[in-house]
Design a protein around this ligand. Structure first.
Ligand code: SF4
Length: 93
């Protein structure tokens, strides 16, 4: 349903005919860590996340998994080691 509270005009799964169904009845504004994210958007009521009603929850246990402004370096690929060859190499053969 279309939001009629702080993100007025946006489609939202929490919106019902009897009002916003999210806790407190409104979305929470973005947090400091959200600044620069492509999912944050300015509304007349302030800056809000277009994907999450409470951005502080997304940053509670590390980086937000939906953030567009943080780049996570892929873990260095581990070279496959043949244990038999490795033991021969260690033995100096
Ligand atoms: S997607 Fe995550 S980082 Fe981006 S605005 Fe929403 S909560 Fe903040």
């Amino acid at each position: 349903m279309i939001c009629t509270t702080v993100r007025n005009g946006m489609e939202c799964p929490f919106m019902t005919a009897s009002g916003c169904g999210y806790k407190g009845g409104v979305c929470q504004a973005i947090v400091e860590a959200c600044k620069g994210c492509g999912r944050s958007q300015e509304f007349p009521t302030g800056w809000y996340c277009t994907s999450c009603p409470d951005p502080s929850i997304k940053w509670k246990n590390g980086n937000c998994n939906l953030a567009t402004h943080i780049v996570i370096a892929p873990a260095a690929a581990k070279a496959k080691i043949n244990p038999l060859k490795a033991s021969k190499r260690a033995a100096g053969k």
